[in-house]
Every structure is written in C-alpha cells, then in structure tokens.
Design a protein around this ligand. Structure first.
Ligand code: ZN
Length: 351
C-alpha cells in the first residue's frame, strides 16, 4: 500500500483539537501564535541559521589542532511535542526531522510527551503503533506526558518506555518512593555534544487526573516539578555543563519553575499546545532561561540552537525556528509510513 491505510486514519483523524488546548492558546496569545495563523518564520531567521552553518563549516574545515579552545560550541536540538496520535502526519514529521538531521548531523532529537493519546482510538488501542514509529524516527530523548500514564504505571513502563530505543526521562514521578524510578525511565540523561555535557531532564505536571479519567496518575509517587529540580539540580550540575528541561506542564508552570530554579538554559515545553513563534525569556544574562513549544498534533517541528561559551558554559546566543509539517515540502519518511500502514487497529467491538 502506498498511501496510509485509509480505514486506519479516516476514522480517527477528526479528533484533533480538544477544548482545553484552544482555550489555552487564546489565553497566552501575547506570547504565541495559534497553529491556524502560523506563518513560516521570517527570512532573517533563515539568514541567521545560514550564517551559523557557514561558521560551523569554517570551523569544521580547520585542522583539529588549530581549533581554539575558546571557540563557542553550538548545540542544536530538534523537538516535537503533543503529537497526539496524528498518524497521517507522522511520516511527514519524520521527513522534516530527517531533513534537519541531515543539515545538523549532531543535533539531538527530543519529544515532549503525549505522542500517543488520540481518543477514541487510543481508548481501545492504548499505545497503538507509537513506539515503533518513535523508534523509526530515531529520537534520542523522550519525556512522558500525562497521557502516557493513562493506562496505569505498569503499562507506561511495559508498553511504552521499555519499548523505546530513546532515553526516556521523567524526574518528578516515581514508582513507590522518591528513590524509585519507573521501569525504563530515568530522571535525566547526560549527552555528550561536541565535547559539551548536556543534561536532559524530564518533568511532567503532577496533576494528571481529569473528570473523565479520575484515576490517572494516582498510582504514582509525585513531586512538583520545582521540588524535583531543587532536589536534583546539585547532582545534575556535577555531571553536566548545560541543563535542558523537557517539560510537560504548560507555559505558566514553566515560567514559574524557571524563575525558581537557576541554570536551566532551555525549556522545551509541552502540554498546553501553545506555539511560541518567539522564545519566552525568564531571567537575565548570565542565567537566562529560554522557553519554546511547538503547538500540537504534528503541526510543527522546532529547531533550537544554543551558542555556548566553552569555559563558562553560559548561553551566548539562542535561535529558534519552527518548520510547518504540512507545507515544508520534504519527502515523507517511507519506513514510518509503512509501520503505520501495516498496523492493525484492534476492533473496539471485539475486545
Ligand atoms: Zn499533556
């Protein structure tokens, strides 16, 4: 089959925007654009990225021994969040990520959670084909959204985290005590990027239950995201030069957290489905925190680029750009399309 299985997509694609997401988008409209009014980023930003590319090429062509230790280090991160089971778009999301990874081969690719949940499909098929899709997309780090806890913590581990090739991070939810991580989940991971030690910490909004799903999250031991960061930051800072938070709590809580916790350079946000065309900035140099989020439902992929001072590890510059998935014009990833085409949804009436 060349197109995505129509019986699989057509039944489920209409459940895309939930009420809370559109409300939240309106509330925070000063610092964001709604996904409907999205226009591709300005040319000047493209020029900035082109300049960064030239600099990078120039330093790559110099001999290793020539490279000064005082050259700034570039850290590139490709991010998605709240994809919410939009399988008809995931081959295109993968195509955009493939294109960006080709341009920035040392980029770290991350997801901010809620990749799976798309009712009513996921009510009966639970995690569906998502883990195979995320593995094929070759994510490096994934954090858990509230919806990844929808079917109980055993399922979070067995059906999601343990099946992923990516490092799965979540620092403020635990199995039986604060010392006890869920199977397949760690609080944070430290990646080596161009000689820089970069910590990616996962955090999720502790209140996960809703009227419709009153028990979600009640089987977990939870802390607030601020408590978890206060507890972990001394340890993380011993291991890492730069700290990046993958949060799934909404921008209001992100701003609160960033004003309480110093030395988080970048927050890759999720959960409230807001698109930040420009980063939100909390604090002042040298301890600024940038916060960005890429809407929801596979509409865009974000590219963040931090320029880091080699000795102090302070952020000298930050650039952010979003790539609209439907109009960016890259080839959809055929392997991802095949996984989705081949997946057979469980018939809800025979379960
Ligand atoms: Zn969420």
């Amino acid at each position: 089959m060349n197109s995505i299985n129509p019986s699989f997509t057509s039944n489920y694609t209409s459940y895309t925007i939930n009420q809370s997401s559109s409300q939240r988008t309106e509330q925070t409209s000063t610092s964001s654009v709604s996904s409907d009014s999205f226009t591709p980023s300005s040319k000047s930003l493209d020029d900035d990225f082109a300049k960064a590319d030239q600099l990078k090429q120039a330093s790559a062509t110099s001999k290793v021994g020539e490279k000064s230790t005082s050259d700034p280090i570039t850290l590139t991160i490709i991010s998605t969040n709240d994809m919410h089971g939009q399988y008809q778009l995931m081959p295109k999301v993968a195509g955009v990520i493939d294109a960006l990874r080709e341009r920035y081969p040392d980029a770290i690719v991350v997801d901010g959670g809620d990749s799976t949940y798309n009712p009513p499909f996921s009510e009966v098929n639970e995690f569906g084909p998502i883990t195979d899709v995320l593995n094929e997309m070759k994510y490096d780090v994934i954090t858990l959204g509230n919806h990844e806890f929808q079917y109980g913590k055993e399922s979070t581990s067995k059906d999601f985290a343990l099946k992923l090739d990516a490092d799965v991070v979540s620092a403020n939810v635990h199995d039986k005590s604060l010392k006890d991580n869920l199977d397949g989940v760690k609080p944070y991971v430290v990646k080596d990027v161009n000689g820089l030690k970069v910590a990616f910490v996962g955090l999720v909004k502790p209140k996960m239950h809703t009227k419709a799903h009153p028990n979600v999250g009640k089987d977990l031991v939870k802390e607030s995201t601020i408590e978890a960061m206060q507890r972990l930051m001394p340890e993380i800072k011993k291991e890492a030069d730069v700290v990046i938070a993958l949060t799934h709590q909404g921008l209001g809580d992100d701003e609160r957290m960033a004003s309480h916790i110093k030395d988080i350079s970048l927050v890759l946000a999720a959960h409230d489905h807001v698109s930040t065309s420009k980063p939100i900035v909390v604090g002042n140099y040298p301890s600024k925190t940038y916060i960005v989020e890429n809407g929801s439902h596979c509409k865009m992929v974000g590219l963040s680029q931090l320029t880091i001072a080699p000795e102090t590890h302070k952020v000298l510059d930050f650039k952010f750009k979003q790539y609209p998935v439907e109009t960016y014009g890259v080839k959809p990833n055929q392997n991802v399309a095949k996984i989705i085409n081949d997946y057979e949804p469980v018939d809800p009436h025979h379960r």
